[in-house]
Design a protein around this ligand. Sequence first.
Ligand code: PLP
Length: 367
Amino acid sequence: MGVPFLDLKAQYATIKDEVLAAVSNVFDDQAFVLGKYVEAFEAEAAGYLGVKHAIGVSNGSDALLISLMAAGIKPGDEVICPGFTFFATAGAVARLNAVPVFCDVHEDTFNIDLQSAASKVTPKTKAIIPVDLYGQCADMEGVMDLAREHNLAVIDDAAQAFGATRNGKKAGTFAHFGCFSFYPTKNLGGAGDGGMIATNDDALADRVKLLRLHGERPRYHNKVVGICGRLDALQAVVLSIKLKRLDEWNARRAEIADRYNERFKGNDKIATPPISKGNTHIYHQYTLRLPNRDDVAKQLAEQAIGCGVYYPVPLHLQECFSDLGGKKGDLPVCEKLCDTALSLPVFDQMTDAQADQVADAVISAVG
Ligand SMILES: *Cc1c(COP(=O)(O)O)cnc(C)c1O
């Protein structure tokens, strides 16, 4: 038997009765969009994150879009983001006809390289989007210092890092905006699409709430052009149930990661993911760097062991951004990681035996 990359059915089995009862309540109420269930989840999430405002939105991509809109990003403004991340980080910038400007990342942590970011700042730069990739925080103190120096808005893409901490603070709470995704495969995943924006700023929170509802205030009177960016009650009740288990689930993911680290220790062909000083890691992904990545991925697939390549193409070389003039060689670390990074199965219901099976297969495949 193989090992799945992610097993959401096993997780669901542990909460099924509670989820079905909560979903049934929402159906009885026939109140599906925003409303009391969403407000309850927002309050729970704000308490968990230790942040003043946690605002439920339609998905993580819209969380980024709404945050950029609330920051006043206009056509032609430049927004710096890493070239090694999920597409949505930069897609949100482009959708506002602003210009994503890609910077390099650190090879070991996969997170933003601030020297590279600083070298991209121009008079047109208005914001920066660090990403807490795979579940650990970027150097957020460094990002905030750079932003203060150049008067930039900071939108933290914490879509992969709900519950991760840095120097005792939760991911997504350092910046002007922290953006989360509740896509089902995320470590806090809903039953469909969902997202959230965290902020400690009352005025920005008010702006976000205005923008997620077509800029309408009061009803049918539109102050600004917003989007349809609401969170559903069905998502909120499922997320409330999962949030109560999140620390336990994140801890189990970290145990699996520790087990992998132990097994790969001393193997000079396998680079394991280090944790930066002051960070805790929630391992949305457990990602190795391997010289023969494609070959290892193929061998794992043959044994029905799940693995994933996040991400095969750096953003500066994506076809849709070709008009920005990115060339091979511009961001050497991003490009290298696209050829070497391989994510292994890690999920809260994973057994030690499954982790050992994956580790054995990787060790034998790297040769
Ligand atoms: C998942 C993800 C998003 C987008 O979230 P959706 O809810 O799928 O829209 C944005 N950024 C990163 C880094 C992500 O992993």
